[in-house]
Design a protein around this ligand. Sequence first.
Ligand code: MBD
Ligand code: FE
Length: 308
Amino acid sequence: MSSKLIEKSVIADLASRASGLDQPGGDQRLKTVANRLLGDLFTAIDDLDISMNEVWSAVAYLGQAARNNELGLIAPGIGLEHFLDLRLDEAERRAGLAGGTARTIEGPLYIAGAPLSKGTARLDDGSDKGEVVFMQGQVRDQNGKPVADAIVDVWHANTRGNYSHFDPQQAAYNLRRRIQTDAEGRYSFRSIMPSGYATPPGGSTEQLMFAFGRHGHRPAHIHFFVSAPGYRHLTTQINIEGDEYLFEDFAFGTRNDLIPPVARVSDPKVLAERQVQEPFASIDFDFVLMPQVEGVTDTVVERERVSA
Ligand code: MBD
Ligand code: FE
């Protein structure tokens, strides 16, 4: 068949009726969005001459991806999650709220309710013999004032790139903690150096990435939610410098401001102080929170999250 077989008005009319715009009931916002998306989809099918077989293979693909529980992974893989960050960044810039630590995607692997500690925590349970890493810093406001009692909610993968809860081999909340900053806004933790994540082998996300000629790897990273009353909630990550996928993240999460230097510490005195046998990695990273302002899109995101 050739392309552009259908009049624009026929497409507009069908999209409108399919999304119930000619009906009084239902959810008006949903109807508006569905009308737009359906119209764009029908137009794309007509412009690109998308075949019946292609349509039904896409429907089957989405069904399988849903059964695999991979829709939350496809969202970052196709740049959707990063695109939402770009929009929020720009909305903040226009509202005069530029500054503060850069945000980046949450991803699908957060688990709420990690154990809460004051000031400092150890995230690993000692079972994974990865490189020891100490990370420390301060939470401040835009004027440099320390934010005491902020919550630094941190989560990361183990040396195989796997996250507790999703990985049956790890104990509950392994490599996940909430750390409350001290009076000087300081937090610190001991953990093990994570490895990069890769999409599940043979899964729907990997299948799509391969079909795009891409890969499903993320560089090693550590996730954070940083929050405190009166401040905009921050969702971010740091990446580990030197990772082969640092600027090749399949999820588009890497940002230049989020790649702190990793120092290697081998001074025997410091090792003894920290009670470690071998040289360790040390990362300094401060978080700068922006104030809560009325009328600017909130940064607290409601989404379906797995709970432990
Ligand atoms: C991850 O660990 C992650 O952070 C994202 C965004 C997607 C997949 C796995
Ligand atoms: Fe991650």
